[in-house]
Write a protein that binds this ligand. Structure first.
Ligand SMILES: [Zn+2]
Length: 170
């Protein structure tokens, strides 16, 4: 860690409808196979599989070995057991709150997240100032991963901000 995945899609300001251009159309997030790139809404979350085609357990470094090659170690962040969640951009988390401003209309925002439903990327959502507290709750400590339970309630996972990792060899 960190090994972010990236969703390439325009990031739109909810106040003025213009693109938050300094984001460069890229939103980082942690869910599914590490360092994977997605380019379209509706894309299914990719999961790392081992040589027996089983999904590698969560938060476990895994390196595929071949006859003449050895791949880079990768891991799965989370598990397909959780199909619905909010994955906040960890690059926004390290920005000063006062810098989280739309360059077009100067509206402040709390954060930017990839919204995942039924295991697919639905959209990039810009949470306006106060919106996280109003919808999810105070989120103290902040959790970059917020699971959405089947009944629609939220389960923040601050324990996954910097999860303990294990290692598995193929
Ligand atoms: Zn704006």
């Amino acid at each position: 860690m960190p090994a972010y995945s990236v969703f390439h899609t325009r990031v739109i300001c909810p106040s003025c409808g213009r693109e938050i251009a300094y984001r460069g159309g890229q939103t980082a997030f942690c869910w599914g196979r590490s360092k994977f790139h997605y380019f379209a809404r509706g894309d299914a979350i990719e999961w790392l599989h081992d040589t027996r085609k089983e999904i590698v357990p969560p938060f476990t470094w895994y390196r595929k070995r071949g006859w003449l090659w050895q791949s880079d170690a990768e891991f799965n962040f989370g598990s397909p057991t959780y199909p619905d969640l909010i994955a906040f951009d960890p690059e926004i988390s390290v920005q000063a709150p006062e810098s989280r401003v739309c360059p077009s209309c100067r509206s402040r925002y709390d954060h930017i997240a990839v919204m995942i439903r039924e295991g697919r990327l639905i959209e990039v959502k810009v949470f306006e100032e106060g919106e996280i507290a109003d919808t999810i709750g105070p989120l103290v400590p902040f959790a970059e991963t917020v699971l959405i339970r089947a009944d629609g309630t939220y389960e923040p996972r601050p324990d996954w901000n910097d999860p303990p990792m294990s290692t598995l060899e193929s």
